[in-house]
Design a protein around this ligand. Structure first.
Ligand code: CA
Length: 347
């Protein structure tokens, strides 16, 4: 029989190890709050066809903090999760609905109802003319019989919230309103359809796990103003030039432009080339974009890390992560490879 003292020892030990666990958890929670955010770009798109439920589930399992949704509307005004207003580079639409081709030779999401879209099979991104995969080492859709389908925004939100419940996490969403000006010209108001759905799923304030993003400044202002969005908002900044409304993104990327943006948005999503470039000699050149953005109180989430398609002259995936995080101080990043970026950030 054990003495009272020996009875106490393991208890004291358990208490101490519990304390250890508590501090370890507190430390890791702190690390999770302070390290940069990993945003799964179209899901785990480095490994599975982009924007499919499989790609989202894998990104979730790999530990992403946020999962990205690109949103376009169907003919019957249902928001679906697809990167392009076109269908012919990620689905078999040309085979299933050949008569829906427009005069420009493209197939548009907006020309099919949700019921029709659900008949399509989604594949790894390919060139519509040649039929060849864009990223040759990615998921081999041409030889795989596994089926992937188009998701509605609501299906995806339910998937993420379902996983949040079953796994006890709070992984966020990062929806993008795609080509709002084009949608309006076609007679559809995409933001007005999407915002009430986000609200219905609990995304309304800056405390909610959601960043809403868009490339068009006119729409970003409208989302914040007329449409009354109170959640976090991110202005995407293209690599160079004007957006669909003729707004010059070079101007927005100046210290003054960023100060003006800070009155409307919480963060910016710039192309990586606006933060860092490499010369043909391999020399790294950093801009002041992140410094200026931070001076205006803006978070910076550049796009996109692709380890199989690095920026021009960038020597390695490691060098890209070093530049974006250690050198420039980005607050998060869109990545096709959640696991690679997360492993780098945890080093
Ligand atoms: Ca996007």
């Amino acid at each position: 029989m054990k003495s009272k003292t020996t009875d106490h020892r393991p208890q004291a030990g358990s208490y101490l190890s519990l304390l250890g666990v508590f501090f370890a958890c507190a430390a890791s929670a702190l690390a999770a709050e302070t390290r940069a955010l990993v945003i799964a770009h179209r899901g785990a798109s480095g490994y599975l066809p982009e924007h499919t439920q499989a790609a989202k589930t894998l990104a979730y399992g790999l530990g992403a903090d946020f999962l990205e949704q690109d949103i376009v509307l169907t003919k019957d005004d249902v928001p679906v999760v697809l990167h392009d207003i076109y269908l012919d580079t990620v689905t078999d639409v040309a085979k299933r609905f050949p008569d829906r081709k427009r005069a420009d030779g493209r197939f548009y999401v907006l020309d099919l109802t949700l019921a029709e879209l659900k008949q399509l099979r989604v594949a790894e991104r390919f060139n519509a003319k040649s039929g060849k995969a864009v990223f040759v080492k990615r998921y081999p859709s041409e030889t795989s019989a596994a089926e992937f389908h188009v998701s509605t925004l609501e299906e995806e939100l339910q998937l993420i919230q379902g996983l949040n419940r079953s796994l006890g996490r709070n992984v966020g969403i990062y929806p993008e309103i795609k080509q709002p000006k084009w949608h309006r010209e076609q007679g559809h108001d995409i933001s007005r359809v999407v915002l009430p759905i986000l609200a219905r799923y609990g995304y309304t304030t800056k405390q909610d796990a959601c960043f809403l993003q868009c490339f068009e400044l006119t729409e970003v202002k409208r989302i914040r103003g007329e449409l009354g969005w109170k959640g976090r908002l991110v202005m995407l900044l293209n690599g160079r030039g004007q957006d669909a409304d003729g707004v010059d993104h070079d101007t927005l990327c100046t210290a003054e432009g960023l100060k003006e943006l800070a009155a409307i948005v919480d963060g910016i999503g710039p192309a990586i080339g606006r933060i860092v470039t490499w010369s043909s000699a391999g020399e790294k050149k950093l801009t002041d974009l992140v410094k200026w953005a931070h001076a205006s109180g803006l978070a910076v989430h550049p796009y996109t890390i692709r380890v199989d398609d690095l920026p021009k002259n960038c020597p390695s995936a490691d060098a890209l992560h070093v530049a974006l995080f250690r050198d420039a101080g980005s607050d998060g990043v869109f990545t096709d490879f959640t696991d690679v970026t997360l492993a780098w950030l945890r080093k």
